[in-house]
Design a protein around this ligand. Structure first.
Ligand SMILES: NC(=O)c1ccc[n+]([C@@H]2O[C@H](COP(=O)([O-])OP(=O)(O)OC[C@H]3O[C@@H](n4cnc5c(N)ncnc54)[C@H](O)[C@@H]3O)[C@@H](O)[C@H]2O)c1
Length: 334
């Protein structure tokens, strides 16, 4: 299969490396607005590069992987759809709801495939939690606690184009909350803090956020995120039911120190970032994309799933701005 990849930054370089290792990929062509960066990545991986997305789309490839900055996703997804090309797009599909809905309409009108990069669906821990909930082992679920804590902020230039902490970061927790529990979020109440480095205030973003989410079966969930977790990269989910409770992401590398007398001290090798923590999941999601393109499996995370997660993020942004609970029904579905 001949694949084009647009955007050779942090995640694009990782996905390009993964693609070169997949036996199904016969050719990989990369491009980036920063042509030097694309050329460097191409040289390192021994793949081809072209100067622009337009040239890449003109090559008659079999599928496209979009890993450029969020603000460019929607247009690239629409272009791929117009050409009849299956596309894997990193989350989120756009920085706003109209952009997301328009991209989805283009994909649906063209009848093409769009898989969105919610890689936690491919993580062994989240999959085990899903099984624990859905098998009934936990009993009736009543509480979920999710967290995503980045050890350090991205470059300041990333923030204004990211969509903000709810849409850029917590959107992962919102997607996987639905995927693990099978429940739908009906309302949210969110707060955020821009205390800390000035870059967050300057970008109109927050560096730390919390949301309380109510699911349609009455389960209560909290989701917190921060860009300022000095202890390391901490992504966890705790799910508590009437019979048992389980935790995703709790292990020897969790960057969390128990201060109990019997505890063994700080973790020796805490997760430094998303690449180490989720590498197998990133590899599995791209393998799944190729299988979905070949029609061997259903799309594991289509645009409608991504839209729902994005609407939850949008509701949180609305809630924070207004200082009030927001029903998901207040956020347009199309
Ligand atoms: N799923 C995940 O865990 C995960 C992790 C990191 C990033 N992401 C997502 O991946 C995307 C990229 O994030 P990143 O951290 O790699 O950012 P980055 O800033 O490191 O890289 C983005 C690259 O896109 C290029 N670019 C921007 N606009 C372009 C355009 N129109 N055409 C071609 N190239 C263009 C930039 O030059 C840059 O090299 C974001 O949407 C982000 O939300 C997802």
């Amino acid at each position: 299969m001949r694949i084009g990849l647009i955007g050779t930054g942090r995640i694009g370089t990782l996905h390009a490396r993964t693609l070169t290792a997949l036996p199904d990929v016969s050719r990989l062509v990369v491009t980036d607005a920063d042509t030097t960066r694309a050329a460097d990545v191409a040289a390192t991986l021994g793949v081809d590069h072209v100067p622009s997305p337009d040239e890449l789309f003109g090559l008659g490839l079999d599928a496209v992987v979009v890993t450029s900055a969020t603000a460019s996703h929607a247009e690239l997804v629409r272009t791929a759809a117009a050409l009849g090309l299956p596309v894997f797009c990193e989350k989120p599909v756009a920085t706003d709801l109209p952009g997301t809905a328009e991209a989805l309409r283009a994909v649906e009108a063209a009848g093409t495939l769009l898989q969105v990069g919610f890689m936690r669906r491919f993580d062994a821990g989240y999959a085990a939690a899903r099984e624990a909930v859905r098998s009934g082992r936990l009993g009736r679920l009543h509480t979920v606690r999710a967290c995503t804590s980045d050890p350090a902020p991205p470059p300041a230039g990333y923030l204004p184009h990211s969509g903000g902490l709810y849409r850029d970061c917590l959107v992962h927790d919102f997607d996987v909350l639905r995927w693990v529990t099978g429940g739908e979020v009906v309302s949210v109440y969110a707060a955020g803090s821009d205390a800390g480095p000035a870059m967050f205030r300057e970008a109109g973003d927050v560096g730390t956020a919390a949301a309380l989410l109510t699911l349609d079966d009455g389960t209560l969930a909290t989701a917190t995120a921060t860009r300022l977790n000095g202890a390391g990269y901490d992504v966890r989910m705790e799910l508590a039911g009437e019979r048992d409770q389980v935790a995703v992401g709790l292990g020897p590398r969790t960057p969390l120190t128990s201060v109990e007398p019997a505890a063994t001290g700080a973790p020796k090798d805490p997760w430094p970032g998303f690449v180490d923590r989720f590498l197998p999941a990133y590899e599995a999601e791209l393998g799944a994309f190729l299988r979905a393109v070949r029609g061997e499996i259903p799309n594991p995370c289509d645009g409608r799933e991504a839209l729902t997660a994005f609407r939850i993020a949008e509701a949180c942004a609305l809630s924070r701005r207004g200082g009030r609970p927001v029903a998901l029904g207040e956020v347009p579905a199309r």
